[in-house]
Design a protein around this ligand. Structure first.
Ligand code: PLP
Length: 419
């Protein structure tokens, strides 16, 4: 076997990875769904377990030689259950979308009606969007936000659910800055006799430490990604009560997946272990504090925020009254090293490629240990760039601020040493 390392064997891929390290290190990552996984998580996922086929579950596999992958999957499951206080955890879904797919296909039939939050109001593609399997395999309807409060209108959810009788209601979002009342959703689901699935992909880290009310023990199924606020490797999980174990296990394998990604499951185990450590609560508290400070500063500078603020890790700026679109704002900030994404806002008149909104998140900056002071600096920088996006001296000054912050709050020092 050729045992040369990546740098020698494949300089092109090696070069692209080095460039990505530099990009992540030298920019302010403010995409709400991104984070920096720890060295231990990254080490765990880059391991020989990628070689191993392990269809099935620990102790009941369809392949020999599974002793050690069984060990890591058991660790991942036990830690996930402990972290979220769940009776059952499945750590095999390759992604958040696949966790959702496994739940739907385990309990619904093609053509059944599902009901999630409108994508344009902050929902996710896999909650019934017509361009996603969830909206083509199933019929779907969506609830939106109240036009005045820009928060979930639970009465509208209830009325729609009573009228249309979906088989499942999905509570969860990709761009919703407020707390979600899972108990209200459960009451509605119970009233019409349907399932409730909570998708906590974005808020999983906050839920794990009790900074967001948990849907575990409330919703029938809880799905999540592991790579956002939870700060693990890219992947998905499903949590539920014991009574759904058999159906969910079969729904994931053989239902929608073959062999699990055992190297990723090893990294999930590490991430859950990190999330169980006391420092994780402090981290999540700071994530929320930082988002609050950023929101306050931006509003103080005259920016409109969807729902007038935030309760969690993200902010949605409404640019409608400004002379800049979401797309232009994303590009302008990108030019100074602030990485964000354009995002539709509720009742957006512009299409998803342009948008009137900008989504900002604090999980990655907080991993770099930035705090309130830095959020004020960054809010000022965002204001200056968005108000004068073509002014070269503003952009140059902003680039310097970004560079100073990145140097003061370093990341990936261990990778620099390896070079
Ligand atoms: N659910 C929600 C609420 C999300 O925000 C996302 C990703 O952004 C997903 C599911 C899907 O996760 P993945 O990209 O891993 O498929």
């Amino acid at each position: 076997m050729d045992e040369r390392g990546l740098q020698q064997l494949d300089p092109e891929v090696y070069g692209a990875i080095r460039s990505e390290i530099g990009r992540e290190r030298d920019s302010l990552v403010m995409i709400a769904s991104e984070n920096y996984a720890s060295r231990a998580v990254i080490e765990a996922q880059a391991n020989v377990m990628t070689n191993k086929y392990a269809e099935g579950y620990p102790g009941v596999r369809y392949y020999g030689g599974c002793d050690y992958v069984d060990e890591v999957e058991r660790l991942a499951v036990d830690r996930a259950r402990k972290l979220f206080g769940a009776k059952y955890a499945n750590v095999q879904p390759h992604s958040g979308s696949q966790a959702n797919m496994a739940v739907y296909l385990s309990f619904l039939k093609p053509g059944d009606l599902i009901m999630g939050m409108d994508l344009r109001h902050g929902g996710h593609l896999s909650h019934g969007s017509p361009v996603n399997f969830s909206g083509t395999v199933f019929n779907s309807i969506s609830y939106g936000l109240d036009p005045k409060t820009q928060r979930i209108d639970y009465d509208q959810v209830r009325d729609l659910a009573k009228k249309r009788k979906p088989r499942i209601i999905i509570a969860g979002a990709s761009a919703y800055p407020r707390l979600i009342d899972f108990h209200r959703f459960k009451e509605i689901a119970q009233e019409i006799g349907c399932y409730l699935m909570a998708d906590i992909a974005h808020i999983a880290g906050l839920v794990a430490v009790g900074l967001h009310p948990t849907p575990v023990g409330v919703a029938d199924f809880v799905t999540s990604t592991t790579h956002k606020t939870l700060r693990g490797p890219r992947g998905g999980i499903i949590l539920s009560e014991k009574k759904y174990e058999n159906k969910l296990d079969k729904g994931v394998f053989p239902g929608i997946q073959g062999g699990p990604l055992m190297h990723i499951i090893a990294a999930k185990a590490v991430a859950f272990g990190e999330a169980l450590s006391p420092g994780f609560l402090d981290y999540q508290k700071q994530v929320v504090t930082n988002a609050g400070v950023l929101a306050g500063e931006l509003m103080g500078s005259g920016f409109d925020l969807v729902s007038g603020g935030t309760d969690n890790h993200l902010i949605l700026i409404d640019l409608t009254r400004r002379k800049i679109t979401g797309q232009e704002a994303e590009t302008a900030l990108g030019r100074v090293g602030v990485v964000v994404n354009k995002n539709s806002i509720p009742f957006d008149k512009k299409g998803p490629k342009v948008t009137s909104g900008l989504r900002l998140g604090t999980p990655a900056l907080t991993t770099r240990e930035m705090k309130e002071k830095e959020m004020r600096i960054i809010a000022g920088l965002i204001k200056r760039v968005l108000e004068d996006p073509n002014n070269e001296s503003v952009l140059m000054d902003a680039r310097e601020v970004v560079s100073d912050l990145c140097q003061t709050f370093p990341i990936y020092q261990y990778l620099d040493k390896e070079r």
